[in-house]
Design a protein around this ligand. Structure first.
Ligand code: ADP
Ligand code: MG
Length: 346
């Protein structure tokens, strides 16, 4: 972190009250998430461009703000974790802290819907995010919100990506109440908990979300809407995962048998049986996707099942997501609104 020291620096223990526009030129909104918004701004004192995370006091307790800021700042030294500056303050309506600005944006926009990213690029992202997660887990911290929207891209070729958004980060072993609805990355043990039920934070929850993230990056689809046995795509996967059938579910047939082994280990329904994040490093030299096949050619290196064309699977999943209010082709602002609405409706 080599940002020049700003006269408005303050730590979260000692929040200064200030008027945002007296100190920053606000350039544009970078994103809106579940909890607040992030704005690109130029610091008038130093001339530096920063991303300001602005959390409204109406929905954020000071303690929650301090926790997110401190985790972000504490984890910043890792090269694959976004740099947070030692700048935190409050305005009349919000709590604010400053982070380095990622000019290319987040990973969600880099995943072509229903197609997925190039395997080479996925491997580059995965290696870096696995390193960030291993670092967090070695400090007994669990991210709890692994998804493409929380990964920032700094170089076009994916050679520099960083994990961010520590709003849900907690210490391993903390008992918390379930408050949020489920999204496709939510592990089954959290999906099945009812609202207000106690849940114990564990690193294996990140391993699950990381596995789902890999599927999304490689295919441009979610593997399921919800890791709940009532979800037909999830239930099909789990039947195969638990070796109740050798039939690979259709949307998983595009992967090599070697890589299916990774999914079997990371997406284990039993949290204690899941592998660790670093397991993925053993697979980086392998092929993950089978060579794309022309419809009708059913040659497969896993001879577990006949092939189904990728576009069929994509269409089916897109339809399900659309029925659930998630349009896989919508632009990002719409996406954020839609996902929030969808969560509220659960
Ligand atoms: N430092 C940054 N540089 C560029 N874009 C950012 C930055 N921080 C956040 N964003 C954008 O804003 C979105 C919301 O930020 P995030 O911190 O994840 O908020 P929330 O906790 O509400 O999800 C991100 O998904 C990303 O698109
Ligand atoms: Mg976020």
């Amino acid at each position: 972190m080599n940002m020049p020291r700003s006269p408005i620096s303050s730590t979260s223990d000692n929040l200064r009250q200030l008027n945002l526009k007296d100190h920053y030129q606000l350039i544009r909104d970078l994103g809106r998430g579940t909890y607040g918004k992030v704005v690109l701004a130029k610091c008038l004192e130093t001339g530096t461009h920063v991303a300001l995370k602005v959390l409204p006091k109406s929905t954020t307790k000071l303690r929650e703000f301090q926790r997110e800021f401190q985790y972000s700042y504490f984890l910043s030294p890792h090269s694959n974790i976004v740099d947070s500056y030692n700048v935190a303050f409050e305005t009349r309506s919000s709590y604010v802290f400053a982070q380095e600005y990622a000019p290319i944006g987040d990973l969600f926009d880099a995943i072509p819907p229903q197609v997925g990213m190039k395997e080479k690029d996925v491997k580059s992202v995965v290696k870096q995010i696995a390193s960030a997660l291993e670092f967090m887990h070695s400090k007994q911290l669990v991210h709890r919100d692994i998804k493409p929207e929380n990964i920032l891209i700094f170089e076009d070729d994916f050679n520099k990506v960083k994990l961010m958004d520590f709003g849900m980060t907690r210490k391993d072993g903390t008992v918390i109440r379930k408050t949020n609805g489920s999204i496709p990355y939510t592990p089954p043990e959290i999906c099945e908990a009812v609202r207000n039920e106690n849940i114990t934070v564990a690193a294996n929850g990140d391993v699950w979300a990381f596995g789902v993230l890999l599927f999304c990056m490689l295919t441009g689809n979610f593997p399921w809407e919800n890791a709940d046995i009532g979800d037909v795509y999830f239930s099909e996967f789990i039947t195969w995962q638990r070796r109740k059938t050798s039939k690979v579910p259709s949307q998983w047939k595009r992967f090599t048998s070697k890589f299916l082994r990774y999914f079997r280990k990371s997406l284990d329904i039993k949290p204690d049986r899941r592998c660790e994040v670093k397991e993925i490093n053993k697979y980086l030299q392998d092929n993950w996707l089978l060579p794309s096949r022309i419809s009708g050619d059913s040659t497969s290196d896993d001879d577990e099942e006949e092939s189904v064309s990728n576009s069929d699977q994509g269409d089916k999943l897109a339809l399900i997501l659309q029925n659930h209010g998630i349009d896989t082709k919508v632009d990002k602002r719409l996406r954020d609104v839609r996902i929030s609405e969808w969560l509220l409706s659960l």
